[in-house]
Design a protein around this ligand. Structure first.
Ligand code: IDC
Length: 467
C-alpha cells in the first residue's frame, strides 16, 4: 500500500542555515543540474546495482540472464542499472586489457540497451581486492599484482565486512595506491589507463550513460578532507583526462569518500575540470547508508529518528557538494534488509527524495536474498512493489517538480523542445494506463509507458491519473 507522498518539491526547498544559497541556485535551469539523454531530455534514472555476485564469480560477471533483465522491466519498469566492473578483470596483467571480459560486459549492456535502459559502469571495489587474504575471503576490485601489503597482517572473521578496512595490510595496500608511501606511483596510472580502455570500448554505445570512477574510495591512512582534496582528486583528474582523450560525451561520476559521507556527513571533494568540448559532464554519485541501518537495525524507534536526521543532513550536504562540483546527482547505492521493520517505508522515502531532487538512484542490490527484489527461489519480495512506481523516465525540459502521489503523478518542467516526456505507470495503480492534463498522451500498454507531447517552450505541468 503506497501512502500519499507529500513532497516539498524543488520550488520550496527548506531554507537551511548555511545552505540556502546553494539550494536556491540549484533551481536555476542549467545543463549541469540533471542528467540528459542525447536529445537533451532530462532523465530520471531508476534502478538497481547489478550485481554483488560479479565480485566473486570467476569471470567477474553478475549472475544474471537476459530473462532476468526482461523480468525486472516487467515487474518494476526500471530504466537504469549501475553495473559492476572489476579492475582485476579489466587489467588482469599490468598494461594488458582483457577484451574477452569487455565483450562479456558488452553483451550484458546489449540486454539493457534493447529495453531502453541507461547504464552506469561502476569500477567497484570493497576492501581493496581479493589479494588482501590468501584465500580471497574478503575484498574485491583490485588485481593481485597491484596489491602490496608489505607483510602486514589482515585478520579475518570480522563481524561485519567493513572492519577489514581497518586491518594494517589493507591500509597499506591503499597507501601504496594513493602513493602516500611514495613507493608505487605507477598504480594510479594503471587505474586511469584501465578506465581509458573501458571508455575506448564503450564510447559509442549509447546505452552507456556514465562512468562511476571508483566505488566507495577509502583513504587508508589519509582521511577526510585531506584525502578527498588530495590523492582522491588527483586520481579523478587523471581518470578524467584519460577518458576524455578517447571519449568526449559520456558522463563521469565521482564518489566522495564513503566513511562518514554515507552517513550524511559533508564531503570535501573539490570540483574537477572537464576538458570535453561543450558543457561539463561530471556529476556526483554518493551513497546513502544511515548508520543504524548499516549496522542491521530496522527503520523504527530510535533508529528511525536517527535515520530521518541522516536523510536531512545527507540532502543538505549532497546538494552542497553537487553545487561545488557543478553537476547532477546519482544516488549510486542505498538499500537494506527488506525483512526489517519499516524497510518499505525507508525505501519509499528515499525514492521520494530522488523525485524531489530529480536525482537518479540505484538500489543495492539486484542480487536475490533479503535485501533484493527476489528470494533465492525467485519469488518477489516486498521491494518489488515499492520499486514499481510511477515516474517520468525522460522529461522534455528542465523539471521543477516531480511528485508521485497515490494514483496521481505530477511532472512540472520548463519545456525546452528536446522531445516528448515519457512516463512509466505501474499496473497496480494504473491498470488501464493513464490520462494526462497539460499535454497529449499516447499509451503503450506493452511497455506501460505514456508518451506525452507538450508545447516546446514555457512552463508545463502534467498531471497523470488512472485512465
Ligand atoms: C556488500 C555485499 C556483501 C559483501 C560486501 C563485501 O552486499 O554481500 O560481503 O559487500 O563485498 C557498500 C558497498 C557494497 C556492499 C553494500 C552492502 O559499496 O559493495 O555490498 N554496501 O553492504 N557500501 C555500504 C554498503
Amino acid at each position: 500500500m503506497k501512502r500519499a507522498r507529500l513532497l516539498a518539491g524543488a520550488l520550496t526547498l527548506v531554507v537551511l542555515a548555511t545552505g540556502a544559497v546553494a539550494a536556491a541556485t540549484r533551481q536555476a535551469p542549467g545543463p549541469a543540474r540533471f542528467v540528459t539523454d542525447e536529445r537533451g531530455r532530462t532523465l530520471l534514472l531508476h534502478g538497481f546495482n547489478t550485481a554483488s555476485s560479479a565480485k566473486s564469480t570467476s569471470d567477474a560477471m553478475p549472475e544474471l540472464t537476459e530473462a532476468d533483465v526482461e523480468r525486472e522491466y516487467r515487474d518494476m519498469g526500471t530504466n537504469f542499472v549501475r553495473f559492476l566492473l572489476q579492475w582485476r578483470a579489466v587489467e588482469p596483467r599490468p598494461g594488458v586489457y582483457d577484451t574477452e571480459y569487455l565483450d562479456k560486459v558488452a553483451e550484458r549492456i546489449s540486454w539493457y540497451a534493447e529495453r531502453g535502459y541507461h547504464v552506469l559502469l561502476d569500477m567497484h571495489q570493497d576492501l581493496w581486492g581479493p589479494g588482501i587474504t590468501p584465500t580471497a575471503v574478503a575484498g574485491n576490485g583490485a588485481p593481485a599484482w597491484a596489491t602490496h601489503l608489505d607483510g602486514l597482517p589482515v585478520a579475518q572473521d570480522h563481524w561485519t565486512w567493513e572492519m577489514y578496512y581497518l586491518e594494517p595490510g589493507v591500509i597499506r595496500a591503499f597507501d601504496h595506491f594513493w602513493n602516500t608511501t611514495g613507493e608505487h606511483p605507477e598504480l594510479m596510472e594503471h587505474y586511469a589507463g584501465a578506465w581509458r580502455a573501458v571508455a575506448e570500448r564503450f564510447k559509442d554505445e549509447p546505452a552507456v550513460l556514465g562512468y562511476d570512477l571508483m566505488n566507495e574510495p577509502w583513504g587508508g591512512s589519509v582521511q577526510g578532507a585531506a584525502f578527498e582534496s588530495g590523492p582522491l582528486a588527483e586520481l579523478y583528474r587523471r581518470c578524467v583526462e584519460r577518458i576524455r582523450a578517447v571519449d568526449n560525451d559520456t558522463w563521469i561520476f565521482l564518489e566522495p569518500q564513503a566513511v562518514g559521507v554515507n552517513w550524511g556527513l559533508p564531503s570535501a571533494l573539490p570540483a574537477i575540470a572537464d576538458p570535453r568540448e561543450g558543457e561539463p559532464r561530471i556529476g556526483l554519485a554518493p551513497h546513502l547508508y544511515p548508520l543504524p541501518l548499516d549496522l542491521g537495525e530496522g527503520y523504527e524507534g530510535g533508529s528511525r529518528e536517527w535515520t530521518d536526521r541522516t536523510l536531512g543532513w545527507w540532502k543538505e550536504n549532497t546538494l552542497r557538494a553537487a553545487d561545488r562540483i557543478g553537476g547532477p546527482i546519482i544516488l549510486g547505492e542505498f538499500g537494506l534488509d527488506m525483512t526489517k521493520p519499516g524497510a518499505e517505508d525507508l525505501v519509499e522515502r528515499v525514492l521520494d527524495l530522488g523525485d524531489e531532487l530529480g536525482m537518479g538512484r540505484a538500489y543495492w542490490s539486484r542480487d536475490p536474498g533479503p535485501w533484493g527484489p527476489y528470494s533465492e527461489k525467485g519469488e518477489p519480495g516486498p521491494l518489488v512493489a515499492v520499486m514499481n512506481r510511477a515516474y517520468p523516465r525522460a522529461i522534455g525540459g528542465v523539471p521543477y517538480r516531480i511528485e508521485a502521489g497515490e494514483r496521481r503523478l505530477t511532472v512540472g518542467f520548463e519545456a525546452n523542445g528536446s522531445g516528448p516526456t515519457e512516463i512509466y505507470l505501474p499496473a497496480d495503480e494504473y491498470p488501464n494506463g493513464g490520462k494526462v492534463t497539460g499535454g497529449t498522451g499516447v499509451w503503450d500498454a506493452a511497455r506501460r509507458v505514456l508518451t506525452v507531447q507538450t508545447p516546446a517552450q514555457g512552463r508545463v505541468e502534467l498531471v497523470v491519473t488512472p485512465a
